[in-house]
Design a protein around this ligand. Structure first.
Ligand SMILES: [Zn+2]
Length: 364
């Protein structure tokens, strides 16, 4: 008599689809085993959406099977997409089980593994959900794009707005509780009297809880002046569309703020360029004495400028830039890759990167 472990799985967005419920899967799997006269040792039920095989119930199943490999003949699922939506990962897992003498199979898409050619069918079964996933991703993206072009922002409402629906029951942004704080931030920044971070702290105290990196993004977000940004796609260039939602700031105020940004950036860039040229490791070195971040300065000697990295005054650690730079060059020499290996190395990195990227794009 064959001994079987059942594995049923449903992801959050499939809950409502016919034939996908855990109960349905369990029912047909149990019936199947009954007819075959096989013994169901255990059943693992997963309702956790995860990429790949990083799922709690699956992990338990795997652990159990490993510990009791002599007592298990089959891991059964209803369809292959219940096992995985990623072909590469699925084949790997199937192989791991097969090394334990356990066969993974899907009762509605049965593979007779004794016939080598059937492995082709397996690939197809495993690829279909992968393609489905891709198509679904593209559809969502295109759907969002279509809404954006109608002037509807369908993403999460940025602070100051809230998500809602209009009389057509289509998604639309509405003014939120913090609209006045957002308006105030724009107004104050437009005066040019505040650095972004300085203003962010003031607004934080007033209740506008925005992080350091998000704050400049907020002040550049066209949604606040009632527009929608549509990113470039294939041959289409990026565009800014008149939105259907009510603006928080006027176009005039928005543009004034952008102008302040441009003026501030200009000053900053010059300053940075000059510093970077001579002292590129500024803010990257930690002090060997007290582990704080070291900064840099230059002082004028009789004929020359002397550049050095240094710690805070209470520590006093300092070194000429040349000393630090030479130490770094020595270190680079040590870790440098041989030129004959370099190209191979790059290629391997490239292909790993590509396949990882693809995995993340597809998800599960
Ligand atoms: Zn120090």
């Amino acid at each position: 008599m064959k001994r079987v472990i059942l594995y049923v799985r449903v992801s959050t967005d499939e809950q409502a689809k016919y034939g996908y419920s855990l109960g349905h899967q369990e029912l047909i799997l149990t019936k199947f085993c009954e007819i075959k006269g096989w013994e169901v040792v255990d059943i693992y039920k997963e309702d956790y959406s995860a990429k790949n095989f990083d799922r709690p119930e699956y992990k338990k199943l795997f652990k159990y099977s490993k510990a009791h490999k002599r007592e298990v003949d089959y891991i059964l699922v209803s369809k292959w997409d219940r096992f995985s939506r990623n072909q590469t990962d699925a084949l790997q897992e199937i192989k791991k089980f097969s090394e334990m003498n356990i066969e993974v199979n899907a009762i509605e898409q049965w593979i007779d593994f004794s016939i080598p050619h059937n492995k082709m069918m397996l690939s197809i079964y495993l690829t279909i959900p992968e393609i489905d996933n891709d198509v679904r991703g593209i559809n969502t993206k295109m759907g969002m794009r279509r809404s954006f072009k109608e002037g509807r922002w369908t993403g999460t409402a940025p602070i100051g707005f809230k998500n809602g629906r209009d009389h057509l029951n289509k998604p639309l942004l509405f003014l939120g509780e913090q609209q006045h704080l957002v308006l105030e931030a724009f107004e104050l920044f437009s005066t040019g009297n505040y650095a972004a971070e300085e203003l962010r702290r003031i607004m934080w105290k007033k209740g506008l809880k925005v992080s350091r990196t998000r704050f400049p993004e907020l002040l550049k977000n066209v949604l606040y002046m009632g527009k929608v940004y549509v990113a470039e796609y294939k041959d289409e260039e990026a565009q800014i569309i008149q939105g259907l939602h009510e603006p928080i700031v006027s176009e005039e105020l928005f543009n004034k703020v952008q102008k302040v940004f441009r003026t501030k950036m200009k000053g900053k860039k010059k300053h940075y360029d000059k510093l970077n040229e001579a002292m590129p490791l500024r803010s990257m070195l930690t002090c060997p004495r007290c582990s704080r971040i070291m900064t840099s300065s230059s002082s004028k000697g009789r004929n020359n400028y002397y550049n050095y990295y240094h710690c805070r005054p209470d520590c006093g650690e300092r070194m000429p830039v040349e000393v630090a730079h030479n130490a770094l060059y020595d270190y680079f020499d040590e870790i440098a890759v041989k030129p004959e290996i370099a190209s191979l190395y790059l290629e391997v990195m490239g292909s790993i990167y590509k396949s990882e990227e693809e995995r993340q794009r597809k998800g599960d």
